[in-house]
Design a protein around this ligand. Structure first.
Ligand code: ASP
Ligand code: MG
Length: 411
């Protein structure tokens, strides 16, 4: 017998019929002798609708009221799920975030979980009750409702699994797992059986948006085994049909490259002939940090004449206006030409096995060269190598790399 937290995303609870299907999965787990805590998202589209209502009243709304409004979508689904379970003759009830409580900080709209009263839930679980918890919502110490950021129900589920020391956290969604790359680009992409937290974070931040990144960080911190699986297939979580996100020690066969991630939402900024003297990098990047611009790859070359050098970096394309504003305010950049290129994409290979293998980067560069793809910027970390290339070549690069590292089905 295991204690499992199961979470159903918006498409899995999009209407009452689907909620009944989801309830059927829970019933099967219970029939196998497991204890289950259910976390639900709002019905698909509901949160967007609630956000739109706020927007109609103007962008300057009070974030505390925004949270009171958008948290309501999950409340509806939690009640419906409890009813659907009861209809199957199961003993179920909903507990809202404030009833447990799930205490968060007061960063409204993007709050972090601080404490969960697990004792109450433990007690109810002992009585055989199935607990249904709305995802996404919490409450501050001074009794204001909060939400955990878009996609935050994943984090609710993982945080509950950690607090309850659950055996597993199953995230039911509309895909059947995490793939070696986007199957829309590479139809032969393969479902990954096990991926480490670190790899998942790299894959998620690079465009494989299956889980909210913060939920993976929480899982990594508290060693929660997370499974991503589909609601629309016959099996249940205990059959382990999906992708398991676990500690790297729990992965026997460490792939050199586990997956290929990409991002089209990139911009390359080049500052031409910046004075080459101590402190200049700090003068450039501090104002951008203050403006909350996230800088990713950075390249600075040595200057031939030790007087001036070019500095190139990448940011997300949507941050370009913010970044330009910050750069234009910098005194020592007066007269420096700033070039922005949004015709770029980032492609990354990710794998924990990279740490102990050589030749991984050279294969990447050879593969791209053979396709005639020019690499503009390179950056590396222990488990990732990223290149910036022209946008038009992105899909070709992803396909070529996927093949080169033998990631396809049967490869
Ligand atoms: N309903 C929220 C959203 O759409 C939270 C979630 O579904 O994870 O962002
Ligand atoms: Mg989601």
């Amino acid at each position: 017998m295991a204690l499992i937290v199961v979470k159903f995303g918006g498409t899995s609870v999009a209407d009452v019929a689907r909620i009944e299907v989801a309830a059927g999965k829970v019933a099967q787990e219970v029939a196998r002798g497991n204890k289950v805590v259910v976390v639900v998202s709002a019905m698909a589209g509901v949160t967007n609708q609630l956000v739109a209502y706020c927007d109609q009243l103007g962008k300057l709304y009070d974030a505390r009221e925004y949270d009171a409004i958008v948290a309501s979508g999950e409340q509806v689904t939690s009640g419906l799920m409890a009813l659907a379970l009861q209809k199957r003759g199961l003993n179920a009830r909903s507990f809202q975030g404030w009833q447990i409580p799930i205490i968060t900080d007061d960063r409204h709209g993007n709050a972090r979980v601080q404490k969960i009263n697990a004792a109450l839930l433990q007690e109810r679980l002992q009585t055989g009750e199935i607990i249904v918890v709305p995802g996404f919502q919490g409450i501050t110490a001074d009794q204001r409702i909060t939400t955990l950021g878009r996609g935050g129900s994943d984090t609710t589920a993982v945080a509950l699994a950690a607090a309850l020391q659950a055996d597993r956290c199953d995230i039911y969604t509309d895909v059947d797992g995490v793939y070696t790359t986007d199957p829309r680009i590479v139809p032969k992409a393969r479902k990954i059986k096990k991926i480490s937290y670190e790899e998942m974070i790299e894959m998620a931040s690079l465009g494989a948006k299956v889980l909210q990144i913060r939920s993976v960080e929480t899982a990594m911190q508290d060693h929660v085994a997370v499974q991503v699986l589909s609601t629309f297939e016959d099996h249940v979580g205990s059959d382990l049909p999906g992708t398991l996100v676990v500690k790297d020690e729990d992965i026997m066969e460490k792939n050199v490259v586990t997956g290929i991630a990409y991002s089209r939402n990139e911009a390359k900024v080049t500052l031409m002939k910046v004075p080459d003297r101590p402190g200049i990098a700090a003068q450039i990047f501090e104002p951008m940090a203050d403006a909350a611009v996230n800088v990713d790859m950075i390249v600075q070359n040595i200057s031939a004449d030790s007087e001036a050098t070019d500095i190139t970096f990448t940011i997300v394309a949507t941050d370009v206006p913010k970044a330009l504003k910050a750069l234009e305010s910098i005194e020592s950049l007066k007269g420096v030409e700033i070039r922005v290129d949004e015709d770029v994409a980032k492609v990354s290979i990710v794998g924990i096995g990279m740490i102990s293998h050589h030749g991984v980067a050279s294969l990447m560069f050879r593969t791209l060269a053979d396709k005639g793809i020019n690499i503009q910027v390179i950056s590396t970390s222990e488990i990732k190598i990223s290149v910036l290339i022209q946008k038009d070549y992105m899909e070709l690069a992803v396909r070529a790399l996927h093949e080169a590292y033998g990631l396809e089905e049967g490869g």
